[in-house]
Design a protein around this ligand. Structure first.
Ligand SMILES: Nc1ncnc2c1ncn2[C@@H]1O[C@H](COP(=O)(O)OP(=O)(O)OP(=O)(O)O)[C@@H](O)[C@H]1O
Ligand SMILES: [Zn+2]
Ligand SMILES: [Zn+2]
Length: 805
């Protein structure tokens, strides 16, 4: 009888979905559990890797060479059986490997860090340079990139002659934060006697003894004790010497909430909200898995509906999971939830440090937090007994992960809801066409909130044709009407939100003599100008260089800065409206931790008239004094070579318009565009989602796009363009042979940005309705081309891609 365990191992270039079998050594036999992280030897044995215990099979049989598990990295499982099963489902669903799904579910600090080390086996080696490396110890850290080529060559030679060994170790980065604590060790009954021995003027020691008498044995943070009782460290030292107390390490959670959050209370719901809450509560009470689409216009009070449904789940001793697009972008929302449920709330988002994230994760895992608010990856929060899952702004593209595993949060949410038998609420003013179509088919329950709170009317939207504007007054950024409206609001003490619709956030440069555009040397994309650092940067690979003052091509000095960066617009606006106070919000001004929140708070306190920003200001903001919204350029998102560009444009315009007139005063919106007749822009005038849905569905129908068709994207990439291309042609042949002729294949073709980070990308897009062979066929491609990854050629499969480029 053997003690065996099945381990899912983390070998990046040789992945497989088959677990490996290892022997459980005697000393671990009581300890090992499913879902723990372990360290196991791999390959010839000198290499150590991280793995996850998938199964424990005490009486298994296995023939062949078995290795022992080396050690465990956790004292208790980090993945429960729900998350383990989910990783298997997810790998299958997203055409990825189970280990990458598991790693996605865990906080970053739990991913193994591999450290290479060199071990000197023979100290008689004669190479002086190499010898020097080992002057302190026989085992040293090995970072090949830091060594000179000559030394590296010698090391490789010595390794071949078995004089040096390369070891691979796993480093655990997950550490709890420890602080100094103290614990009294004298009996309370002894305190009186000791008291008598203390000098009358040793006031601090007396204070400390009084504390010990009242709090016998209690462990407390030293820092806290000293502050609270005004006791100095030297008093503590004396007390330790006198054996009144001992010092110990205690764990402290890193606290990401520096700001105090004001408590808030449930509002009295209006009839529409109440009926929505009733519908959602039913499956919470009766433990049913059900998906709701909550289609509520901007300002209809969706958030209050979420909060009261969460309250219901909590009252039934269940937990709640609430997802928002990228929470650091919606500090208002986090404050509302935190203010309602207090310390029970854990937050998971990219604004946290790795350590803070790890601590929040453990608070959830230990059951100390039962409401989780977070961005995409929070869907993996280790909650038990989930009573409700909410996805706010369900149409948002950040819910789909853009790298492997390419999961959509909505799919994971539905899987978890089935597991926990609870409802999912998908909320939006502009649902994705996919979700809305499912609601029409009856797969989701549609709940509508068609009116704003207090029956406030939606803002009046005006569309301005910038072609005329450019001819008449030569300005492409600000129309006369918008400027007048801005001046008018400022004179009334009201506030303004202006959006600059850009994918990037800065401008590029072009030579007016020869048309030369400065491009990234590594990617097929132009470099963008950053005035804060005074450099040109590539947004894909990070390449950075000086701003040229002469054209690198023709040497002429007529180089011109193109495009409207937010900085440029800000300084122009400041000249046009000199008395305005402007807050600019873009990637540059919000890079520092907490900057986003600070800027919004400043705006909320009325310390500025205008909030000027990129798409990041379009969603979720709720400022009662904003009565004017201006979209400076509605067109950029229309130009994207993507069948969803109209949907994205409509969404964005509706969302940003929705920031105006949310309280007593009426709202007004100006949308500036060079395509005033475009249907997405025309329909955003009345913010008529239903009409847009019908128009767009019709177009998707006649062009065979989702939601009528499913799609999948297959990409190959390599530093050698012809290798990437020929791989795609090879794959297209496999697909043609195996798939029915109802499936439509687009490509193989170069991706729209052909080269990124010196790699060339080729792609195929499949559109299909019903293709029973497809899953197996793609699974085959995934497994078959895995071996090429070692040579640097990657094949990726993206199911239901959001991005066709
Ligand atoms: N029942 C209610 N009574 C009074 N005020 C309410 C009620 N429900 C919500 N509100 C207030 O109405 C405003 C808009 O609500 P909320 O932000 O939840 O809307 P929303 O539907 O999420 O909007 P958006 O989609 O535009 O973000 C908020 O200031 C909120 O406090
Ligand atoms: Zn030139
Ligand atoms: Zn680049």
């Amino acid at each position: 009888m053997l003690n065996l365990a099945k381990i899912i191992v983390d070998v990046p270039t040789m992945q497989t979905n088959e677990p490996y079998t290892y022997r459980i050594p005697e000393f671990l036999s009581d300890q090992l559990q499913r879902g723990m992280r372990v360290i196991v030897p791999f390959g010839n044995g000198s290499r150590k890797i991280q793995g996850i215990v998938w199964d424990i099979d005490y009486a298994g049989t296995f023939d062949g060479q078995l290795k022992d598990i080396e050690s465990v990295m956790d004292l208790s499982p980090v993945l429960n059986s729900e998350l383990l099963s989910m990783s298997k489902w997810m790998a299958n669903k997203t055409f990825s490997f189970q280990i990458s799904c598991i790693l996605t579910m865990l906080p970053g600090v739990m991913h193994a860090k591999y450290q290479k080390q060199l071990k000197l086996l023979d100290s008689s080696i004669d190479n002086e340079d190499v010898k020097k490396l080992f002057y302190k110890s026989k085992i040293i850290d090995f970072n090949p990139e830091e060594l000179e080529n000559d030394i590296l060559k010698n090391i490789i030679k010595l390794k071949r002659n078995n004089k040096i060994e390369i070891k691979y170790n796993v480093k655990n980065k997950a550490h709890a934060k420890k602080i100094l604590g103290i614990q009294p060790i004298i009996k309370p009954s002894d305190v009186e006697t000791i008291f008598k021995d203390v000098r009358k003027n040793a006031v601090n020691q007396q204070k400390l003894l009084t504390y010990i008498k009242d709090n016998p044995q209690e462990i407390i943070a030293q820092r806290y004790l000293c502050n609270k009782y005004n006791i100095s460290e030297s008093t503590i030292k004396t007390a330790i010497k006198k054996k009144w107390l001992i010092q110990t390490q205690i764990e402290e959670y890193r606290n990401p909430y520096k700001q105090k959050v004001e408590r808030n209370y449930p509002l009295k719901l209006n009839n529409e909200q109440q009926s929505a809450v009733n519908k959602i509560n039913d499956p919470i009470i009766n433990s049913l898995d059900k998906v709701f689409l909550l289609e509520g216009v901007t300002g209809s009070g969706k958030t209050e509906v979420y909060l009261q449904a969460i309250q219901k789940a909590l009252s039934m001793n269940k937990t709640a999971l609430m997802l928002v697009p990228e929470i650091s972008l919606t500090p208002q929302m986090s404050r509302r939830v935190k203010g309602r449920f207090g310390d029970r709330v854990a937050m998971l988002h990219s604004g946290l440090s790795n350590g803070e994230r790890y601590d929040e994760w453990r608070r959830i895992e230990r059951g100390e937090a039962d409401v989780v608010v977070g961005a995409r990856s929070a869907i993996f929060a280790p909650l038990n007994d989930i009573g409700i899952i909410i996805m706010d702004e369900e149409h948002d593209s950040s819910y789909k992960q853009d790298e492997t595993p390419r999961y959509h949060t909505r799919d994971v949410a539905k899987w978890r809801a089935k597991y926990h038998k609870c409802p999912v609420v998908l909320g939006s003013a502009t649902p994705s066409l996919e979700s809305r179509a499912r609601a029409t088919k009856g797969l989701y329950d549609l709940i509508k909130l068609p009116h704003r709170i207090n029956n406030k009317s939606l803002p009046k939207v005006n569309i301005i044709d910038m072609k005329n504007e450019l001819i008449n007054n030569g300005d492409e950024d600000f129309s006369d009407e918008l400027l007048n409206a801005i001046n008018n609001r400022i004179s009334k003490g009201e506030q303004i939100v202006l959006m600059l619709n850009r994918r990037g956030y800065s401008s590029f440069i072009m030579c007016r003599t020869c048309g030369f555009v400065l491009k990234c040397p590594n990617c097929d994309i132009s470099l963008t100008l950053h005035m804060d650092t005074k450099t040109m940067k590539c947004h894909y690979c990070g390449h950075e260089e000086q701003i040229p003052y002469k054209c690198p091509n023709c040497n002429d000095n007529k180089i011109r800065y193109y495009g409207t960066g937010t900085q440029k617009v800000q300084s122009k606006l400041q000249k046009l409206v000199p008395n305005s106070r402007i807050i600019r919000m873009d990637v540059d001004t919000t890079r520092k931790k907490g900057a986003h929140e600070r800027l919004l708070q400043k705006f909320g306190q009325g310390k500025a008239d205008i909030l000027l920003g990129t798409q990041m200001i379009a969603k979720g903001l709720d400022f009662p004094n904003v009565t004017l919204v201006g979209v400076l350029n509605a067109d950029t998102s229309l130009d994207l070579p993507d069948f969803r560009s109209s949907e994205k444009t409509f969404e964005l315009l509706t969302q940003v318009s929705g920031r105006a007139g949310r309280a007593e005063k009426n709202g007004l919106v100006y949308i500036q565009t060079f395509n005033p007749d475009n249907y997405a822009i025309q329909l955003s005038k009345n913010q008529d989602y239903e009409q847009f849905y019908r128009t767009e569905m019709h177009l998707r129908h006649i062009t065979n796009y989702p939601p009528y068709y499913f799609t999948v994207k297959i990409t190959s990439s390599d530093v050698n363009e012809s290798k990437a291309a020929s791989k795609m042609f090879e794959i297209s042949k496999i697909l043609k042979a195996k798939l029915s002729n109802q499936t439509i294949m687009l490509g193989p073709s170069p991706s729209s940005i052909l080269r990124i980070k010196n790699k060339y990308y080729y792609q195929i897009i499949l559109k299909y309705k019903n293709e029973p062979n497809l899953h197996a066929c793609l699974e085959y491609i995934l497994q078959h081309y895995q071996k090429d990854a070692q040579k640097g050629l990657y094949v990726n499969i993206d199911p239901d891609p959001l991005n066709f480029m």
